[in-house]
Design a protein around this ligand. Sequence first.
Ligand SMILES: [Ca+2]
Ligand SMILES: [Ca+2]
Length: 149
Amino acid sequence: MVEGVPETFPRECLDDKRTLSSFGYTEREGTFYKVFKTRKDHTGAHQTCEADGGHLAVVNTEPINNFIVELISDPEDFWIGLSDKYTEGTFMWADGTKLDGFDFTNWAPNEPNAQSGQNCVHMWSVYDYKWDDDYCYRQKYFICQIGTY
Ligand SMILES: [Ca+2]
Ligand SMILES: [Ca+2]
């Protein structure tokens, strides 16, 4: 995060691409993404994205996945907008779409392992940022997106 820049910005600026860029968002095909380097639990991370007018990143294609991995420059785990916290085993994206069997996924080996209570998905640094279900209360960096709803 740039020092002196507030974490969220006024809603009237949401349509201004230059403003979004100046707040650390990077555009890809009309959607803006930002890596937040502050640690929050999954709910807190999502609330931060909502305060910016967006939600946690929906990583539902391989090009988007590759783009986000390129944006990440830290050996950290990053929350994305995928969880099965409402129905165990049914993963939902932050835009409300359901992850179906034929959809793109990028799970790490043997994941999701659904260990008791693991309902929130992060990009796991030790496995090349492949996906892992983890405990939602864990504090991690995260990736927000604005646009394309
Ligand atoms: Ca689960
Ligand atoms: Ca897991």
